[in-house]
Structure formats: structure tokens, C-alpha cells
Write a protein that binds this ligand. Structure first.
Ligand SMILES: Nc1ncnc2c1ncn2[C@@H]1O[C@H](COP(=O)(O)OP(=O)(O)O)[C@@H](O)[C@H]1O
Ligand SMILES: [Mg+2]
Length: 287
């Protein structure tokens, strides 16, 4: 069978090259002819109606509009555009999970702005400062690898951050102190947790992303952690994904974020699980 792998023309990295290589190699084992298109090529094909329908699309990007356009042609996309949209925007993820009995850090999201300079003395800064103790966590709604996530230690830092960010939407969260510099990455495929690892940053940074210097170690997720990861995956409509959980007091799980196209370069080494095979097995079962 033929399938498409959609990637992003504007994102090039060695880590992603490895993921692509593993996906292509794995596809061969399942007799899938996996044809790769970047987002620009893909839109071009669809726009010009210049294609024959594949059996499915493995969408390894966050270009939600393009995923949605493919779906409009009656083609099944993994992950679906809806689930990618919910994961990609951290404020939407938070809102989607609000009524699901999933513990999340106390969170507020930025107001919709019509002008850039509306924050300093309109009561909003006071609202944030009354709601959170220093230090608290500032996250742009769209971001990866910990790059758009930072700690705010003072009022002036907060004001500088908000001024520098312009119209970009963000969330503010309480810092879960018991999880400082560590978290749990759980990889879910279908309704199964297939691998998990503890990530730890020994450099003093509160973020546990591999890309900011953490390393992963084997970790056997508890029933509560597994239950939370599966519930999150289901609520967000993911077929597969990497779920980040924080460690609350007594290892109680607290949801951090969900990744619709999580890299698995570290977790496959730590767990020995061939994530790419699990993804194709699941897709073939569901089409
Ligand atoms: N509220 C929080 N309390 C403590 N640590 C956090 C909190 N939110 C995020 N972190 C840490 O920062 C890392 C990056 O945050 P995350 O929301 O996963 O963004 P990204 O999409 O960049 O990975 C997490 O893996 C975790 O280690
Ligand atoms: Mg993360």
C-alpha cells in the first residue's frame, strides 16, 4: 500500500533526520511504500489535484491547516488535525482537559489583545501577581523542546516578558516544585503505554526536556501515571503521542503537556522499544 509522510520544509535537524530514517525503514517491514512530502509540496499537490489517494497519511508536522485540508479530501490522517490543534496550543490542551478530572497546574491564559501595549497598568499584571507566587512558569502557547518555556522570578521580569512577546498567546502556571528539573515522558500508541522514561536535568534548569540538557532513564510508570496518560490521549483524540507528566507530592501525577508528534530518539534508546513499528502497527489496525 501507499502512504504519505508529511514533514515540514522549514524544520531541519539531525534528530528529525533519525526519526524520518526509522519511519522509512519501519514502513518497509510493513510493505508500506512511504512517500515523503514536505508541507509546501503537499499543498501544491492538493491544490492542483495532482495525486492518487494514499491509504493513510502519517503527519509529522504541526501544520494543522494542511492536515485539515488533507482530511477534507477524504484521506485518513494520523494524528488527526483536531488532535494536533489541541496539543499544539497549550492553552487549548489545558481547556480541553479542564473537566476530565485530570490534575493540572493552576493555569491562566493570556487575554485576547487588540493593541500591543495594554498590559502594564490595566490590572492584568496585578491579577497575575495575586494569583501566583514567584517563581512561576511562563509558556508561549506554541512551542517545543522547552525553548518557549521560562521561569519568572520578579514583577519586572514578568513585565519585560509580556512586553517582548507582543501578540503571541501564552499561559502562566504555578511551578510544581516537587518536579523541578524532572518529569516523566510516557509514549502512548493506541490505548497502550508502550514506553516511559524519567527525564532529569542536572544543570539546575527546571525544564526536563532532552533538548535543554536532560537525560532519560528507565522508569516504570505507576498505575496512576498510566491511567492519566491514557485518559489524556483519549480526551485529545491522539492515535499516538508523548505525554509529559510532572511529579507531584508523593509522585502523584500532574499533567504537563501532550505532544502529537513527539520525537522518540531518547525514549527508544532508554526503553529498547521500537516506537516506529508500534505506530505503523496501530495505524494498519485502525484503517
Ligand atoms: N508547571 C510546571 N511546573 C514544573 N515544571 C514544569 C511546569 N511546566 C513545565 N515544566 C517543565 O518544563 C518542561 C517544558 O515544558 P512543556 O510544557 O513540556 O513545554 P515544551 O513543549 O517546550 O516541552 C517540562 O518538561 C517540565 O520539565
Ligand atoms: Mg514537553
Amino acid at each position: 500500500m501507499k502512504a504519505w509522510l508529511v514533514t515540514n520544509k522549514y524544520y531541519i535537524s539531525k534528530s528529525f533526520d533519525r526519526i524520518k530514517y526509522l519511519l522509512h525503514e519501519s514502513a518497509k517491514n510493513f510493505d508500506i511504500e512511504l512517500i515523503e512530502y514536505n508541507n509546501l509540496e503537499m499543498q501544491n499537490l492538493l491544490f492542483n489535484d495532482n495525486y492518487t489517494k494514499p491509504s493513510f497519511v502519517l503527519f509529522w508536522d504541526k501544520d494543522v491547516k494542511l492536515a485539515s485540508m488533507i482530511e477534507s479530501k477524504g484521506i485518513k490522517v494520523f494524528n488527526s488535525s483536531d488532535s494536533i490543534r489541541l496539543c499544539d496550543d497549550k492553552s487549548l490542551t489545558y481547556l480541553k482537559l479542564l473537566n476530565s478530572n485530570i490534575k493540572q497546574p493552576k493555569t491562566i491564559f493570556s487575554p485576547l489583545l487588540y493593541y500591543h501595549d495594554t498590559t502594564e497598568d490595566d490590572g492584568y499584571i496585578d491579577f497575575i501577581l495575586k494569583s501566583f507566587e514567584f517563581p512561576f512558569v511562563f509558556k508561549e502557547c506554541f512551542g517545543s523542546f522547552g525553548q518557549q518555556v521560562s521561569l519568572i522570578n520578579s514583577k519586572s521580569e514578568l513585565i519585560d516578558k509580556i512586553k517582548s512577546i507582543g501578540f503571541c498567546p501564552y499561559i502562566i502556571q504555578e511551578l510544581i516544585k516537587s518536579s523541578f528539573g524532572k518529569d516523566l515522558r510516557v509514549y502512548v500508541v493506541g490505548d497502550e503505554v508502550i514506553a516511559s522514561m524519567k527525564r532529569e536535568n542536572l544543570s539546575g534548569d527546571f525544564r526536563a526536556n532532552i533538548e535543554v540538557g536532560s537525560s532519560g532513564t528507565p522508569y516504570e510508570a505507576s498505575n496512576k501515571q498510566i491511567e492519566m496518560a491514557l485518559k489524556v490521549t483519549k480526551e485529545l483524540g491522539l492515535s499516538f503521542g508523548g505525554i509529559d507528566l510532572l511529579f507531584g507530592e508523593n509522585e502523584e501525577p500532574i499533567f504537563c503537556e501532550a505532544n502529537s508528534n513527539a520525537y522518540f530518539n531518547e525514549i527508544d534508546k532508554v526503553s529498547g522499544v521500537k516506537i516506529e513499528n508500534k505506530i505503523f502497527e496501530h495505524i494498519l489496525k485502525s484503517i
